[in-house]
Ligand binder design. Structure first.
Ligand SMILES: Nc1ncnc2c1ncn2[C@@H]1O[C@H](COP(=O)(O)OP(=O)(O)OP(=O)(O)O)[C@@H](O)[C@H]1O
Length: 959
């Protein structure tokens, strides 16, 4: 309709591309500028022009001539029109008259009249005009002629204008055809762009999936790394612990050997000392017993009390001479003359105190603790001091207390080697009855429970039911002795106010155990305070006292008979003739030690009783009891044997335990060694898997890059083969190349300013051409076409990069120090000897030109003919399949990693992602940025080389 070219590139909007924002006002799909809207706007502009610029009065006369100002159209596109852009349209068909006359359309170029000027239609000559015939007709005629001339000139101009109009119409038709062709080409380009966008979207989706998968890999590798670190730490700690244990074991073994040797030595020494000690003790005992035997197993000490106050008052004289008492001799005097000498083991005169007496008695206490039975008894006339010697008083304690005191003293001395238990029983034989004096209910004179003597074993007699008071110190001993003494039956006689009317017997039982040898002894110490013998006729006792005296004399007579039998070594010793001898049978036998205190009175009036006592003592002294016998405890001996057996069994079990412990140590050592070996094998396996994973990942990445590069190369080829499109009519009004050039220029201008995240995009401004057509900058038109074509494949790549850029940038950029330890990767496979470049296209571009010129082709891969979008789609499918294979490979590689649980350098993959993330900035930016890009690439390649990547030939072209 109009001679206006629609080939302007800004009328083709490809809103489907991610580069084009939806806010551009052109909708979501590429839309060609709507012609209807355009014509509508044009009509509106025409109407406005007619309504606003032509007075209504004039339109009545002059037919409407659509005068179009191109400035209005240009204003529609926000352009400033030039005065020269106005043109006339041919007049519409009018009435016949006017048509005959020829309507005039005056095209006025004067801008001051709003571009439209109406001129009234005039007929040729005077036709239709009524001319006045007066004088003024001349003037009118003149004017008419002028009008006719002007009409003619205007008619001529009209014809010329019509010719120009025809030319413009033809040109308009040509432009319309060109516009249609351009529209078709733009539609194709739009479709292609959509396909590429979809392809880019699929690539972005695939890459996004790959990135997600890589993130999963990161997490799994992080976990594996953490686990591996933990395992390594555990392994290190276990190794340290094992080494410590080994050292400790060695030290323990050495210390054990040392201790064992020391123990052996000490055991030997101990055994030697023990043997020596035992031998020494044995020798001591033997010597001591020999001494006692030499002295006599029955020893007789004679003690004479001093004259009491009554005797001194009565003028009694001493009948005993103690001048030779030191030699154990005494002399009985009668009427001032020496009558008889008596010799005893010891003679204690009236001046001798309790301590002097006990000094010679103490060795018997030692014999008791050595395991011998000992019997110490006091014999004598009533009132001669038997109770005094045995019990004593609180201030002058007698033999009983002192002996027990001596026992505890020796026990204390031997407490390191021996363990003793002492118990005391106190009984009396009264009228041939045994009475327990420690029973609380027994009162003197009250018949108590009758106790009998039982023979437990050979030579052992026991009184069942007898109270045994366990004593552990002298205080308890004293209390027990006092208890028995208080319970004893006493009476008053002519000779003694508090005469003992019974035989008081203290039985001290001693249990000894040798801690060294385990030897146990059970011995008895009899401390007997005999009742006083007396002459019944002299004492003139009667009744109960007589009976007591008869029983006392009978028992003492039985004791004399036993002594006589022992002295004469009679085969039968009448021990059972009385309770007294029956009880003392164990201590008066041949394997015991006995000590008799014969108490005498110094009074001359008691001389006959004194001589009787001394004679009895002399008989006792002559008794040979033979060697004393140690009283070993058979039960303890059995117990000792059992202990020995138990100790042997314990030793055996301990030996078994020691063997088991040694075996356990041995197996633990073996386990530690086995674990060390496993750790070493595991570390080697981890290294192998790391190297294998790196190689596989590198291969997969190269494979993907190769596929992408091939796709780009295919696109390049396709772009080079695009001239099959229909040629455009004129280059001035814009061509496909110009459009592409514009697009690339736009891209170039935006490369320095990367796309925003929301892909906002402003279309470039189109400068109005001076000839009334929309034109681009001359610099755009002067762009080198091969260079543009070389840059053209970057467009979808760049778009794709931006579509994944946000995701890729999320991956942290990790330093790659670990690359130094990686195994060099193999070079690219032979199927793609020179993968197509993704980034350094500017380096390959000259080579590509050389290839086009027929020279070498070192950089670009082999060209794959692909001239249709279908080929591009198939290439996209190939890339997608390559990506899937890569993912499958990585998934396949994941399983052994998880199975083994080893570390695969996570940082390495980070580096890989980082490289990917740096692809965007490495894009070709234009000829004015080649140098900077080269520098960046050189730095990157140098960095890669430093990291140990074996890029090989791909180092030039492939990342
Ligand atoms: N060596 C002595 N020194 C001082 N006093 C003594 C000595 N011996 C005995 N006496 C005193 O003689 C008295 C009688 O002593 P004791 O009762 O011990 O005689 P006895 O032989 O036990 O008489 P009985 O047979 O009647 O019991 C007591 O008063 C006692 O103090």
């Amino acid at each position: 309709m109009l001679g206006f070219s629609l080939t302007s590139p800004d009328l083709v909007i490809c809103a489907g591309s991610p580069d084009i924002p939806s806010s551009s006002g052109f909708g979501d799909s590429p839309v060609l500028f709507d012609k209807s809207n355009y014509s509508q706007n044009l009509e509106q502009s025409i109407e406005l022009s007619l309504e606003n610029c032509i007075p209504e009065s004039e339109t009545k006369v002059i037919s409407r001539t659509p005068v179009v100002r191109f400035s209005t159209v240009c204003q529609t596109f926000s352009q400033v029109s030039s005065p020269e852009s106005s043109f006339e349209l041919p007049p519409p068909p009018m009435s016949e008259d006017l048509e005959m006359q020829g309507p005039l359309l005056a095209v006025q170029t004067d801008s001051g009249s709003n571009g439209v000027t109406t001129i009234g239609a005039e007929t040729d000559g005077a036709a239709g005009l009524d001319l006045p015939e007066d004088d003024g007709g001349c003037e009118f005629e003149g004017e008419l002629q002028e009008l006719v001339r002007s009409y003619k000139s205007q008619k001529k101009e009209l014809s010329e204008t019509r010719k120009a109009m025809e030319e413009l119409k033809r040109e308009n038709q040509l432009k319309s055809r060109e516009c249609q062709e351009a529209w078709k080409s733009l539609q194709e380009l739009q479709n292609e762009l959509m396909r590429k966008s979809m392809h880019v979207g699929s690539l972005a989706f695939a890459i996004e999936g790959q990135v997600k998968e890589k993130s999963k890999w990161f997490s799994s590798l992080r976990d594996l790394t953490r686990k591996l670190k933990i395992l390594k730490l555990e392994q290190i700690s276990l190794s340290e612990e094992a080494s410590t244990y080994r050292k400790c074991l060695k030290e323990m073994q050495v210390a054990g050997c040392t201790i064992q040797s020391t123990i052996d030595q000490q055991t030997k020494v101990h055994e030697d000392l023990k043997i020596k000690l035992l031998e020494g003790a044995k020798q001591r005992k033997e010597l001591y017993n020999k001494v006692l035997e030499l002295k006599g197993n029955i020893r007789v000490f004679c003690r004479c009390r001093p004259l009491n106050v009554e005797e001194i008052a009565a003028g009694a004289s001493m009948a005993i001479d103690f001048e030779s008492s030191n030699e154990g001799e005494l002399t009985v005097k009668s009427n001032g003359a020496f009558r008889r000498n008596f010799k005893f083991d010891a003679v204690f005169g009236p001046q001798a105190d309790q301590a002097d007496v006990f000094e010679d008695t103490a060795p018997f206490a030692t014999s008791v603790l050595d395991g011998y039975n000992v019997c110490i008894f006091a014999y004598g006339q009533t009132g001669t001091g038997k109770t005094y010697t045995m019990e004593g008083t609180k201030t002058a304690r007698g033999v009983n207390y002192r002996t027990l005191e001596e026992l505890f003293r020796i026990i204390k001395e031997r407490q390191q080697l021996f363990h003793y238990e002492i118990s005391v029983s106190v009984l009396e034989v009264y009228n041939e009855q045994i009475r327990d004096l420690l029973v609380p209910g027994n009162q003197p004179g009250v018949p108590a429970k009758r106790l009998e003597i039982r023979q437990v074993s050979e030579g052992m007699h026991h009184v069942p039911g007898l109270v045994e008071a366990h004593v552990s110190n002298t205080h308890e001993v004293w209390e027990v002795l006092q208890t028995g003494s208080n319970a004893r039956a006493v009476g008053s006689t002519n000779a003694n106010e508090h005469s003992s009317r019974s035989h008081c017997i203290h039985c001290v039982m001693v249990k000894g155990e040798n801690s060294l040898t385990g030897e146990c002894t059970r011995s008895k110490l009899w401390l007997v305070d005999l009742a006083g013998s007396e002459r019944i006729a002299k004492t003139e006792v009667q009744g109960e006292r007589l009976k007591e005296a008869q029983n006392i004399n009978r028992s003492l007579s039985a004791l004399g008979d036993v002594i006589s039998a022992l002295a004469t070594k009679s085969p039968h010793v009448p021990f059972r003739n009385s309770k007294l001898t029956h009880l003392l049978q164990d201590s008066l036998g041949g394997d015991s030690k006995a000590l008799m205190f014969v108490q005498i009175s110094p009074n001359e009036n008691d001389l006959s009783e004194t001589i009787c006592s001394l004679n009895f003592a002399s008989r006792v002294k002559g008794v040979e009891l033979g060697p004393a016998k140690k009283q070993l405890d058979a039960a303890e001996f059995v117990k000792y044997k059992q202990m020995v057996e138990k100790t042997k069994q314990d030793m055996k079990s301990k030996d078994l335990q020691i063997k088991k412990m040694e075996e356990t140590l041995y197996w633990q050592d073996a386990k530690i060694k086995e674990r060390d070996l496993k750790n070493k094998n595991l570390q080697e396996k981890i290294k192998e898997l790391e190297s294998q994973l790196l190689v596989e990942r590198k291969l997969a990445r190269q494979h993907v890059d190769t596929k992408i590069a091939e796709q780009h190369h295919l696109k390049q080829q396709e772009e080079q083969n695009l001239p099959t499109r229909p040629p455009l009519a004129s280059r001035q009004v814009g061509s496909v190349r110009e459009i592409v050039s514009f697009a690339i220029s736009k891209d170039q201008t935006n490369l320095s300013q990367p796309f925003a995240d929301d892909n906002s995009y402003e279309p470039p401004s189109i400068l109005p051409a001076s000839d009334g057509h929309a034109k681009y900058n001359d610099s755009m038109e002067k762009e080198n076409i091969p260079l543009i074509l070389g840059q053209q494949p970057l467009l979808p790549k760049r778009t794709g990069r931006f579509s994944i850029c946000a995701t890729a940038r999320q991956v942290p950029m990790a330093p790659a120090p670990r690359r130094n330890s990686l195994i060099p990767l193999p070079s690219a496979p032979s199927s793609s000897p020179c993968p197509a470049p993704l980034l350094p296209l500017q380096e390959c571009l000259p080579e590509k030109n050389e290839c086009e010129d027929g020279s070498e082709m070192n950089c670009l891969p082999e060209k794959i003919p692909c001239h249709s979008p279908k080929g591009i789609r198939s290439g996209g499918k190939k890339i997608s399949s390559a990506l899937r294979r890569s993912l499958q490979k990585k998934m396949h590689m994941k399983s052994p990693m998880r199975k083994v649980g080893v570390n695969v350098g996570m940082e390495k993959i980070r580096v890989s992602i980082g490289n990917r993330g740096r692809i965007g900035p490495r894009m070709f930016l234009g000829s004015n940025r080649i140098a900077r890009t080269k520098d960046i690439q050189n730095k990157q390649s140098q960095r890669e080389k430093e990291r140990g990547w074996n890029i090989g030939t791909a180092g030039k072209t492939v990342i």
